[in-house]
Each structure stands twice: as structure tokens, then as C-alpha cells.
Design a protein around this ligand. Structure first.
Ligand SMILES: NC(=O)c1ccc[n+]([C@@H]2O[C@H](COP(=O)([O-])OP(=O)(O)OC[C@H]3O[C@@H](n4cnc5c(N)ncnc54)[C@H](OP(=O)(O)O)[C@@H]3O)[C@@H](O)[C@H]2O)c1
Length: 375
């Protein structure tokens, strides 16, 4: 698998001149919000660099994230529309991370980043996404792919690891804390964000606890977790409680602080599934913001009695954060965990796999093949 994508990569890096001459490219687009069937493969114009800080990238691989699935249903559109200056968002391409080859660059892009470079990176949520043969990305969200990794492996780590970093380091404030010995419990430690969070925390010498179903327990121990709880076991709640107080609980499984046993003790509970975007979609911007703020306030008033607090965690498109996780990835402290790869032509099948859940790491799209699927 690895050898194959590397050979495709090296032949592709010589094709960039030919690609920029092409006027049209293949792209998966959404013409109206709905289900997976609304994703249509079509031909669009080659994007043009308008911002001097942008690079044009021929995509080799991109991963599918739960946010892509939500966005095809219109999730977050009211809030993202503000960032888009209320321009028409459709047709929309989803997909948040990529690995590929730079085929053109704006004049303000640093000299060290050259046409022909193999890179990986991410696209902020309000911009056109990565399930297109050629995309535009801001150079400050792009770095050279780690030497030891293929495009598939590199892209699999971007959005999930950056989400784990944002939630823990920004919202959990690890950026300014002594992390050595910090006790962190990850709910949903077997998925994309969970597997990245376990490795990220172990690289900082934290004591890592995780919850997952039986078949994933050995995978998570192999990633370095100190203690893994099988949530299908009858003693699950008691076992989590017996380990004592956690500095942080990271909820990457949509459990919700109101649904965990009162006997579980923690300082900070960070959920990756805040009501913010859903509420602004349902009630409009102002009412949605007010509703979400009161929900968070209510959660914190309850948590206050136990000297705890509840926070929302979001992916932050931070250049500094990306450099930090890239350094750990390059030193092999964070390794890819890939659930399944699909060819570019099978994007809808990849979305179905993500929608079915029970992922063990990431689902990735390999642009070098049209229809295959490898586990
Ligand atoms: N706010 C943001 O910016 C942001 C960014 C990225 C992701 N997210 C959210 O974060 C969550 C995790 O993302 P992801 O990419 O890691 O998703 P994922 O790859 O689908 O992983 C979710 C994992 O949770 C496990 N799980 C389900 N129910 C569980 C339970 N009761 N206890 C423990 N584990 C359970 C699943 O496996 P089993 O079902 O087999 O146990 C799966 O491995 C998603 O809800 C996503 O929408 C938010």
C-alpha cells in the first residue's frame, strides 16, 4: 500500500506543468444540502490563485471526517455564512485535510515552499474543501509531508490530530500547564480524534485513560494508553469511577457531560459536540448563540458544586498548532491509524462507512485510484 502510493507520488510530482494547463478538474460537489446521495462527481474550472498567500495543490489523498458528513446536511451554514461574507455557498465541496503536490504558488508564499513540493495541510471550515483534484490552500496551513509517511498516512493525521490539539491545548489549556502526570480520560479513544489524542497526550507524559468497545481495547493499549475501559463491560461505570479524579475528560464520543455518572470526578470536561452550530442552524444566529451560551452557563453552574467546569472544544486552524503536531508526527510520536481507504470515485461509499460509526482510526480517499477499496 505504502510502496504503491509513493511510486504514484513520485511520478505525479513531474506532472504539475501539465495539470496547470488543464482547464477543468474533477470535483465532488454538493448542489443542495441533504444526504450522501447529494454528493455529485462533476467537472469544474481549475481554481485560480487570487490571494498571494495561497498555493494551488494537486491532491493525492484526503480523509473523511464526521464534520464532512454533518456539513452535507447543512450543519453550521448560518455561522459559516458570516465568514463567507454571505456569498452563495453552493455548489459546495467538503473535505478538510489533504496531502498533495504544489503546482503553483502566490507571490507572497515563502521561498522555502516550492512548486513540486509534497505537502499536507488543512482548509478552514468556511472555505471550499478538499475532495477535488486541485485545491487552493493558505500557505500558513501547509507543511512538507513527513519523510516516513505516504500521502494517505499524512492526511489521515491532519484534521483529527489538530482537533485533539485544539481541544486539549487551547480549550484544556495544556499549552500553559505542566503536562507531566496529568490524568486525562478520553471518551471514544478508538476513532480518529481519540487515537490521535492518546498519542498526543502520551508524547507529553500524561497518564492516559480511554473508553472504547471490546474489539478496540488492544489497539488503544498499543498506542500507549495507560488504562483502557471497555464500555460494553457491566462494571464499566464503576471501573472508571475507581480510578479517581481526572484532570480532563475529553468527550470524543458525543456522550455529553449530563449523561455521565455523577460519581465520575473531573476538573474539566471538554466536549467536541457543542450545541453551538446546531442551535444557530435551528434558531438563527442571535437566538442560537443565546441558547448555546445559556446551555454552557447552566452546565457550569451544575459543575461548579463539584469544583469542575465544562468547556466546548473545536478544531482551531492554528499554524502554531500544526507546526507542533507536525514535529511530533515527524518524530513518529504520533502515528497514523487507518480504518480503510477508498478510491476517489468511491467517495459516497467512504461517507457511508463513516456514517456507520465504529471506526478504528481514519477513513481516507486515495486520489490515485478511481474505484478500489483497501482495508
Ligand atoms: N468540534 C470540532 O471541531 C470537532 C472536530 C472533529 C470532530 N468532532 C467530533 O468529535 C467526535 C469524534 O470525532 P472522530 O473523528 O474521532 O469520530 P470517529 O472516528 O467516528 O470516532 C468516534 C469513536 O467513538 C466510539 N464510540 C462510540 N460510542 C462510544 C461510547 N459510548 N463510548 C466510547 N466510545 C464510543 C466509536 O467506536 P465504537 O462505536 O465502536 O465504540 C468511534 O471509534 C465526533 O462526534 C465529531 O463530530 C468535533
Amino acid at each position: 500500500m505504502l510502496r504503491r502510493s509513493v511510486s504514484v507520488l513520485s511520478s505525479k510530482s513531474f506532472e504539475y506543468a501539465a495539470v496547470t494547463k488543464k482547464r477543468r478538474i474533477k470535483s465532488w460537489q454538493l448542489h443542495e444540502y441533504g444526504g450522501i446521495d447529494e454528493l455529485q462527481l462533476g467537472s469544474i474550472r481549475l481554481p485560480v490563485i487570487r490571494d498571494p498567500n495561497e498555493v494551488l495543490v494537486q491532491v493525492n489523498a484526503a480523509s473523511v471526517n464526521p464534520i464532512d458528513l454533518l456539513m452535507i446536511g447543512g450543519y453550521g451554514r448560518n455561522l459559516f455564512q458570516i465568514q463567507r461574507n454571505f456569498e452563495n455557498e453552493l455548489p459546495l465541496t467538503v473535505g478538510r485535510d489533504f496531502a498533495g503536490t504544489i503546482i503553483a504558488k502566490g507571490h507572497k508564499v515563502r521561498d522555502g515552499m516550492k512548486v513540486g513540493d509534497e505537502v499536507y495541510g488543512f482548509i478552514p471550515l468556511h472555505k471550499q474543501g478538499t475532495f477535488s483534484e486541485v485545491i487552493l490552500a493558505n500557505a500558513c496551513h501547509v507543511l512538507p509531508i513527513p519523510k516516513q509517511l505516504s500521502s494517505i498516512e499524512s492526511t489521515s493525521l491532519v484534521y483529527a490530530t489538530m482537533t485533539a490539539w485544539s481541544a486539549l491545548f487551547i480549550f484544556g489549556n495544556l499549552v500553559s500547564k505542566q503536562t507531566d502526570g496529568l490524568r486525562v480520560l478520553i471518551l471514544g479513544c478508538s476513532g480518529g480524534v481519540g487515537t490521535a489524542a492518546v498519542q498526543l497526550l502520551k508524547s507529553q507524559d500524561c497518564v492516559v485513560f480511554g473508553t472504547c468497545s471490546s474489539d478496540a481495547v488492544s489497539l488503544v493499549y498499543n498506542l500507549g494508553a495507560d488504562c483502557v475501559f471497555d464500555y460494553t463491560s457491566p462494571d464499566f461505570h464503576k471501573n472508571v469511577e475507581l480510578e479517581g479524579r481526572y484532570h480532563i475528560i475529553l468527550d470524543a464520543a458525543q456522550i455529553g457531560y449530563q449523561n455521565i455518572p455523577k460519581s465520575w470526578k473531573y476538573d474539566t470536561y471538554i466536549t467536541l459536540n457543542s450545541p453551538l452550530l446546531k442551535s444557530t442552524d435551528s434558531y438563527g444566529l442571535m437566538a442560537g448563540l443565546a441558547y448555546s451560551a445559556s446551555d454552557l452557563l447552566d452546565a457550569n453552574l451544575r459543575a461548579y458544586k463539584d469544583s469542575s467546569c465544562v468547556k466546548w472544544g473545536f478544531f482551531i486552524p492554528s499554524t502554531r498548532g500544526f507546526e507542533f503536531v507536525d514535529d511530533l508526527i515527524s518524530k513518529e510520536k504520533i502515528k497514523p491509524v487507518i480504518h480503510k481507504t477508498f478510491g476517489f470515485g468511491k467517495l459516497q461509499d467512504a461517507f457511508k462507512t463513516v456514517s456507520e460509526g465504529h471506526l478504528r482510526g481514519k477513513v481516507v480517499i486515495d486520489f490515485s485510484i478511481d474505484n478500489d477499496c483497501n482495508e
